[in-house]
Design a protein around this ligand. Structure first.
Ligand code: GLA
Length: 657
């Protein structure tokens, strides 16, 4: 080529001006959506979360991603993108319901924050400069009013990219940090401080205490008829005095490292479960695989793991201990009842009375399960037509707790009228009360007919307020909010039950699976336990007892956290501040202090401030961090803490001295 002067100039210019890199468009819906961190609904490419066309404000969008708040999308840009553009709002499929908020962070800094987006409103358009950023985080919040109908679309969402394509990545993994220091070697007495028993009924109570064994126990002021084994701390017997009255008792425990004392009240009267029942139930770990051996092992581990030292005491069998008319395992198929009408347990349960005795031998209490229908939910023998005999059988066998699960009773009472909903529970509670044992009566009918309004009247001590939490475990916080709405109905002997604690190893409910690590992050597990305690919920662990790890035990067994649940005042806490991504829950306690939970429900760690006035407090207060068992000191009017994603700061707030 012959060079002319002009060509040389062009070459020179090209050498001096930085190359204008070519840009291209990468659509969000082309990337691997499987890693979107989201509990509700599966994100959909080019469709709404309900797999319909993306439609907002009547306009159809060809491209985009349908998702559900709360959730987050983490994008690795590695400095390769220049702009992020999207049209965001609630899909028309929610019919004008729902509300959500959108935040976009670039390398941890807020780039965009929407107002509350409501169903039916016009979507918002984003066009953000993301040049040089390594990480973009898209956050969908529930706007503080629950998650129903929060179907968020990221329509026309795209990156303008000059280098490699962006990648969607999983949310950063959390380390399972054990917040609670191990209990001291010297004794500490834990668990409830009040316990109800009916006059003359058998009493069994193992004083829950941490500290090095051997330990010597004493109990001052025990009513006549009760005796304490000083080596095990197990109290048994029957209160001789038939009078309905309260017996103040002082428990004492002593070992080579020191001594402890704790006041305890035995209330002889008509009310059981003066604090929410604490224990273990086999359902979410073993489903229809449960055996007598597993129940005994659970009782052993309740003691050896330290759970009983924190106050756990019921070892409860759920469904599938009886025979079924048909089942995949032939050893669970057989006659439902014997010639006298007595229930026949399946081959995995050779002796139900011996099982209860075994559990009692550890100082623990035994629980059993049946349905008022002809069959249980899993298709095993129900009580219908045999209620009186079953109540007597459970009592004769020595059970202390009955879960009465509606299941097939709908065949008997299909209309769901309130009187029909009440009927089987009225009948069974009267039968239980007629026995020579105290049996805590656990209603399970999924909250139908607003059971919280009449559960106590029909003789229940606790009642499930919703369907099975196992089917929506990652939605535990929303389940808690719904359960908390019934707080005015909770009181000693009458508890709203949002279902079991499913942490550690649990089986997926939809397939009745084998136990696997629970899907919740460590901080979510702290929040879950904190919510349950603030709500005075029954604390019934339902994971695999043989695979309890130190983290799970730390979440389950912090005595000061459990004290919030077991507080004798028996008030159920509820959220008093509900903002987008931030909630404050409170629960008044017997000693005049207030339990306060600060929850960060957002997708990134945040600094959050408790305004004392917002929870009805003024001036100076002493604060204690319950998970860390640490005094934080005195604060005036506000308290600020950095709370991890979906984490909690659980406080006891006391008047300043
Ligand atoms: C229902 C209950 C569960 C469990 C199963 C057993 O689903 O809600 O808690 O008891 O039945 O089949």
């Amino acid at each position: 080529m012959k060079l002319t002067c002009g060509t040389a100039v062009i070459f020179l210019l090209a050498a001096c001006v930085p190359a204008l890199a070519e840009t291209r468009t990468v659509w969000l819906d082309e990337l691997d959506l499987g890693v979107i961190h989201q509990g509700w609904g599966t994100p959909q490419p080019r469709k709404s979360v309900k797999e319909r066309e993306i439609l907002m404000g009547g306009k159809r969008y060809e491209r985009g991603v349908g998702s559900h708040a709360p959730g987050s999308i983490h994008v690795e840009l590695d400095g390769n993108a220049e702009r992020f553009q999207a049209v965001v709002g609630l899909d028309d499929e929610v019919g004008g319901q729902g509300s959500a908020t959108i935040k976009v962070f670039g390398d941890g800094k807020l780039l965009f924050e929407s107002a509350v987006l409501k169903g039916g409103n016009a979507p918002v358009t984003l066009d953000l400069d993301v040049s040089g950023l390594r990480r973009l985080t898209l956050i969908m919040g529930d706007a503080g009013d629950g998650i129903s109908y929060d179907n968020v679309d990221w329509a026309d969402a795209k990156f303008i990219v000059s280098g490699e394509s962006p990648k969607l990545v999983a949310a950063p993994r959390e380390e399972a940090v054990i917040l609670t220091p191990p209990p001291p070697a010297s004794p500490e007495i834990n668990g409830p401080r009040i316990f109800g028993v009916t006059p003359g009924a058998p009493f069994i109570y193992r004083i829950p205490a941490t500290g090095e064994r051997p330990m010597r126990f004493a109990a001052d002021g025990l009513p006549a008829g009760l005796a304490l084994d000083p080596d095990t701390g197990i109290i048994t017997g029957r209160v001789e005095n038939p009078e309905k009255r309260t017996w103040p008792v002082t428990f004492r425990a002593e070992n080579g490292h020191g001594a402890a004392a704790r006041e305890f009240h035995i209330v002889v009267g008509d009310t059981l479960a003066l604090t929410p029942p604490m224990g273990w139930n086999h359902w979410y770990a073993h489903y229809d695989r449960v055996t007598d051996a597993m129940m005994r092992e659970a009782a052993d581990i309740m003691v050896s793991s330290g759970m009983a030292d924190a106050g756990y005491m019921y070892v409860n069998i759920d469904d599938c201990w009886m025979n079924a008319p048909k089942h995949r395992d032939p050893k669970r198929v057989g006659p439902l009842r014997d010639e006298n009408g007595v229930l026949v347990p399946n081959q995995y349960f050779p002796d139900m009375a011996a099982l209860a005795d075994y559990i009692h031998g550890k100082g623990l209490r035994a629980g059993i399960y049946i349905s008022p229908g002809k069959l249980t939910c899993a298709g095993f023998a129900g009580s219908y037509g045999h209620e009186a005999l079953d109540a007597k059988t459970f009592s004769d066998w020595g059970y202390d707790f009955l879960k009465y699960d509606w299941c097939s009773y709908s065949e008997v009472a299909p209309n769901k009228r309130i009187d029909s909903l009440k009927k089987p529970y009225i009948e069974m509670s009267a039968l239980l009360r007629a026995q020579d044992r105290d049996m805590v009566f656990n209603l399970c009918q999924y909250g139908w007919g607003s059971v919280w309004k009449w559960g106590e009247e029909v003789g229940g001590h606790c009642w499930r307020t919703a369907g099975d939490l196992g089917f929506e475990l990652t939605g535990y916080h929303d389940v808690a909010r719904r359960n908390a709405a019934h707080h005015p109905y909770a009181r000693p002997g009458a508890w709203n039950d949002p279902d079991y604690l499913q942490i550690g190893y649990v089986g997926a409910a939809n397939v009745m699976g084998d136990p696997v690590p629970c899907p919740l992050t460590p901080n979510e597990q702290y929040s879950y336990m904190s919510l349950w305690c603030l709500m005075a919920a029954p604390l019934v662990y339902s994971g695999d007892m043989t695979r309890l790890d130190p983290f799970t035990l730390n979440v389950l067994c912090n005595p000061e956290v459990i004290d919030i649940d077991q507080d004798p005042l028996g008030k159920q806490g509820f959220p008093v501040v509900q903002e987008d991504g931030f909630e404050v829950w409170t629960k008044p306690l017997e000693d005049g202090s207030l339990a306060v939970g600060l929850f960060n429900t957002e997708e990134l760690p945040r600094e959050l401030t408790l305004d004392f006035a917002a929870v009805g407090l003024k001036g100076k207060r002493q604060l204690r961090d319950l998970w860390r068992r640490q005094d934080l000191g005195e604060f005036e009017n506000t308290f600020t803490a950095t709370i991890p994603r979906h984490g909690v700061c659980l406080l006891r707030v006391c008047p300043a001295p």
